[in-house]
Write a protein that binds this ligand. Sequence first.
Ligand SMILES: Cc1cc2nc3c(=O)[nH]c(=O)nc-3n(C[C@H](O)[C@H](O)[C@H](O)COP(=O)(O)OP(=O)(O)OC[C@H]3O[C@@H](n4cnc5c(N)ncnc54)[C@H](O)[C@@H]3O)c2cc1C
Length: 384
Amino acid sequence: MDYLLTEQQKMIQELARKIAVEKIKPVAAEYDEKEEFPWPIVKVIAEADLFGIYIPEAYGGMGGGVMDLAIATEELSWGCGGISLAYEATGLGTFPIILYGTDEQKKKYLPQIASGKKLAAFALTEAEAGSDAGSIKTTAKKDGDYYVLNGTKQWITNAGEADIYSVVAITDKKKGARGASAFIVEKGTPGMEFSKKEKKLGIRGSATREVIFTDCKVHKDNLLAREGMGFIVAMKTFDNSRPGVAAQAVGIAQRALDEAVSYAHKRHQFGQPITSFQGIQFMLADMATEIEAARALIYSAARMIDSGAKDISKASAMCKLFASDAAMKVTVDAVQVLGGYGYMRDYPVEKLMRDAKITQIYEGTNQIQRGVIASNLIKELSKK
Ligand SMILES: Cc1cc2nc3c(=O)[nH]c(=O)nc-3n(C[C@H](O)[C@H](O)[C@H](O)COP(=O)(O)OP(=O)(O)OC[C@H]3O[C@@H](n4cnc5c(N)ncnc54)[C@H](O)[C@@H]3O)c2cc1C
C-alpha cells in the first residue's frame, strides 16, 4: 500500500525498522524473560535521533508530529512491544509539555527529551482512580512559591527510569474535575519515591512502578497551564498519545502476521504446506486486512491531529480502539496458525499475544474509548 508518506517519514520508518530488525528483535525474548529495562536499546534509539521527531524544532526536535511518532512506534513495536514502550511512554509524558508548557518550561525540558538524554512519564492513575480519573486523591497544596504533593500514583510506565514526570494532582477538592492541576516533577525531587517494579503478563521489558509523593515540594514554575486545568491537560494529552498506543498495537500485530505467514509456508501437514488449507488462508487474509484497516485509521487520525483540527478525540479514540482490538485478535490467531508450537515460548507469537493485551487497557480501556466515541457522536448531532 502507498501511505503517501513524506520523504522524512519514509526515512524515519526505515531507520526505526532497521533498529527493530537488527537491535530489538534479537534481544526481545531475553528482555521479556528477564523483565529488564532496555537501556542499551534506548541509547540506540536516542543516537538515531528518534526521540525528537515529534518535538518542535525550536526545542531541539525535528518538528514532526503525531504521524511521525506513530510511524516510528509501529516499527519499534514490531521488534518488541515492551521495549518500544520506553519510547512511546516518553511521548505520553512529553505531550503535556508540548501542548501546555510555557516557553521556559519547553526550553528547559524538551531538548533533554528530544536528545534522548532523559525519558519522560505521565502519572495520572491511582489505586482507586483508573477509568474514573476524576477520583484521584493525590493533592498539591499551595505553600508560598511551592506546591506540596502528597499521594501515590499507580502503574506508571517508565517510573523510576524516567527523569521528567507530568503529574496530575488535586489543587482544590471542592471544584471536582476543575480542581485538578498538572505539574512537571523531576526525579530526585525530595519526597518523590518509587515502588518496586510490577510483574506483568506482557510488555515485560517495560518498567511499571508506583510514584509516591510525601510532602514533595514542586516550584510553582512547574505548574502546567493554569490551576484547575489538570484534566484538560490529561485528556488533550490522550487525544495526542492514543494513536501511539494504536501504532504499538499494529506493530505487534504486523509481527504476528509476518511470523504466521512465514511459519505456515514452511509447515507441512497431510503432505502439503498448511497455507494450502482454506481455513489457514482465510485466517491470514483476515489478519492482514484488519492490520491494514487499523493502520489506515491511525494515519487518518494522526494526520488530522497534525493538521491542527480541533475535534480530534473521536478519531483518536477510534484508532486506539480498532487497532488494539485488531492486535488482540490477530495475535490470538497467529498462535492458532502455529498450533502447539505457537503456545511454546521457543516461538515468538505467545509473547506477541501477551504484549498485545495491554493496548486494550491503558490510556483508557476500550470500553472508555467506546464511551468517548459515543459521546462525540451525540455532541456532533446536537450541533447539526
Ligand atoms: C502496564 C500498565 C501501564 C500503565 N501505564 C500508565 C501510565 O504510564 N500512566 C498512568 O497514569 N496510568 C497508567 N496505567 C493505568 C491504566 O491507564 C489503567 O489501568 C486504565 O485506565 C484502567 O483503569 P483500571 O485498571 O483502574 O480499571 P478500572 O477503571 O477499574 O476498570 C475495570 C473494568 O471496568 C470497565 N469500566 C470502568 N468504567 C467503565 C465505564 N464507565 N463504562 C464501561 N466500562 C467501564 C473497564 O473498561 C475495565 O474493563 C497503566 C496500566 C497498566 C496495566
